[in-house]
Design a protein around this ligand. Structure first.
Ligand SMILES: *Cc1c(COP(=O)(O)O)cnc(C)c1O
Length: 398
């Protein structure tokens, strides 16, 4: 293994990502565009590298959460249209325009302000109107309540505001990943969305791109593909929840690896790590690995999770530190300093998934993927061949 990998690194399987993209592409209606969601550094997988790959594979759009993420991938050379799904301060209009980035409009006030700034700068910006059909997060509320004619009128006004070019309208599902339990709610949201679109159509307003499906929606509701789908977590080979049917063949794209920095044998009845929460009950061979909660490995996994070394699962002992973790390798004679340790991923016949760690940590795979720290380089592979690397902290290779 290359010296570059000497501490802790994430291996990204580009073949798996391409397979996932193509599986989604062939599952979704031919006529629907695919928007690849690369927010939060492509769910921790390295947006700077992957945006260009998605473009090569034929993706139609990219989505990010904020302007900084959008500018980053635009500067990296992406030509695809980019939608900012969240809030951008209106005084940043110039940047939206300079980098040709499409902004979500979530309210009348926001639209008016955006339009005012755009006119002041003498520019036009592309926007997608966000409808809130039941998520109750951002967007213009359209859920069948009294007085919602006003929302329709507002959208009509937004479409006529100077400085804004309205290219799309979208909504977001709250329950599409709940399996059967979420179906009624998702259908209700979809009806709300379509009702708004139809009323606006009767008033002569047509939106070129109407979209509503996230990963959960893509898997469970093909009838809701519309003009475009927004694929997030499934691109990375993970399911939105355990209630989702695995109707597409997906492969996990990321593995997290580290190495043993030191091995020592300690006596019975000695404490290990901060707080002395763990005492050995026998002569114990301890391996220390240079990864900790500052790398995004949650401290709450102390005493709960395992890692893999020499193809065998070994338990974490004692509290997880900021930068180091101790493992009990008493049963793995071949483990020695510099041995590679799999934090999640596959080694021989053993496998630890992000879902397993998420369960132990009472969270979801999404969170664990995107909190992997920026001290951890992302190394991209096609088969065994290294095809790229992202170093966030020390960008030049050392
Ligand atoms: C994050 C996000 C998505 C993607 O969600 P997944 O569940 O990862 O597919 C789609 N749309 C919006 C508005 C989002 O914020």
């Amino acid at each position: 293994m290359d010296q570059v990998f000497k501490r802790t690194w994430a291996e990204i399987d580009v073949d798996a990502l391409e397979g996932n993209y193509r599986a989604i592409r062939s599952f979704v209606n031919n006529k629907s565009k695919i928007m690849c969601v690369v927010k939060a550094d492509a769910y921790g997988h390295g947006a700077e590298f992957l945006a260009a790959e998605y473009q090569k594979w034929g993706a139609d759009w990219l989505a990010v959460s904020n302007l900084e993420e959008a500018v980053q991938i635009r500067k990296d050379g992406t030509l695809l249209p980019i939608l900012v799904l969240g809030y951008t301060p209106t005084n940043m209009v110039k940047k939206l325009c300079k980098y040709t980035i499409t902004q979500t409009v979530m309210s009348m006030d926001y639209a008016v302000e955006l339009s005012r700034y755009a006119c002041k700068c003498g520019t036009e910006i592309n926007v997608h109107v966000k409808l809130d059909t039941g998520m109750n997060r951002i967007g213009m509320v359209y859920q069948g309540f009294d007085g919602e004619e006003k929302v329709i009128e507002d959208i009509e006004k937004i479409c006529n505001l100077k400085g804004l070019r309205v290219e799309g309208i979208f909504t977001h599902f709250a329950a599409a990943d709940e399996g059967i339990n979420g179906n009624v709610y998702t259908k209700w949201q979809f009806e709300n969305f379509n009702r708004a679109i139809n009323i606006l159509r009767k008033r002569g307003i047509e939106f070129p791109i109407k979209h509503c499906s996230n990963s959960g929606g893509i898997l469970a509701h093909r009838e809701m593909n519309m003009d475009m789908v927004r694929a997030g977590i499934i691109l990375y080979g993970l399911l939105p929840s355990k209630n989702c049917d695995k109707v597409i063949k997906l492969r996990h794209a990321m593995q997290l690896k580290t190495v043993i920095s030191q091995v020592k044998e300690v006596k019975p009845f000695v404490p290990v790590s901060y707080g002395r929460t763990f005492y050995t009950d026998k002569i114990t061979k301890i391996a220390t690995v240079p990864i900790g909660y500052a790398d995004g490995y949650p401290r709450r996994l102390s005493g709960r999770a395992q890692m893999i070394v020499c193809g065998k699962r070994v338990p974490i002992i004692g509290m997880i530190c900021m930068d180091q973790i101790m493992l009990d390798i008493s049963d793995v004679p071949c483990a020695k300093p510099k041995s590679i340790v799999t934090v999640f991923g596959r080694d021989g016949n053993e496998k630890i998934t992000l879902d397993e760690l998420a369960n132990l940590n009472q969270t979801i795979n999404y969170e664990l993927a995107c909190i992997i720290g920026k001290r951890v380089p992302r190394v991209f592979f096609r088969g065994k061949k290294r095809v790229g690397q992202l170093n966030y902290i020390c960008p030049q290779r050392i």
